[in-house]
Design a protein around this ligand. Structure first.
Ligand code: THU
Length: 156
């Protein structure tokens, strides 16, 4: 086997450079982030998912005193979308965070479990979707497919 995967991404200095529709999504992700339930890590994460019908689904991390019972913001949002709009494609997910767990200049990149769920969403809808990541100092990293976030993912 000769598998090659070139990872493609776009970096921007500030999310204010994004177009109007992406800026709305970033705002929604920040709003979701401010409502996160993260009393244990004190690291709040917000995700906003734009569906192809224009609807925006918001999610945030939900922690639990039994730590593994909590769930990341990305999965809260994507599972809500899958549960309630199973036939509507995801167009873009935007993810933001607030807290001292990461240096302010670090982009919040989704954990491995969330990346696998993102790939499942792409496989389910037969279409790639964009991921917009924002650092706490407002930098932007954009991927056009979850495959760029998890090459060699488990699955078909
Ligand atoms: N977290 C997310 O919600 N998304 C990520 O991409 C990484 C981590 C959450 C899990 C936990 O509630 C907190 O951030 C600290 O890891």
């Amino acid at each position: 086997m000769n598998y090659r995967h070139t990872i493609e991404y776009t970096l921007l200095d500030n999310w204010k450079e994004l177009n109007e529709s992406d800026r709305v999504l970033v705002d929604k992700a920040f709003e979701a982030c401010s409502r996160a339930y993260a009393p244990y890590s004190k690291f709040q994460v917000g995700a906003a998912v734009l569906l192809e019908n224009g609807l925006i689904i918001e999610g945030n991390n939900q922690e639990n005193v039994a730590y593994p019972s909590g769930l990341c913001a990305e999965r809260v949002a994507l599972f809500y979308a899958g549960a309630n709009y199973p036939n509507v494609k995801v167009d873009t997910i935007c993810i933001v965070a607030k807290g001292d767990l990461l240096p302010k200049e670090n982009l919040l990149t989704p954990c491995g479990g969330c990346r696998q769920v993102m790939i499942e969403t792409e496989n389910r809808q037969l279409t790639a979707f964009r991921t917009i990541l924002i650092s706490q100092n407002n930098r932007v990293l954009i991927f056009n497919s979850a495959l760029d976030l998890l090459p060699f993912a488990f699955g078909k």
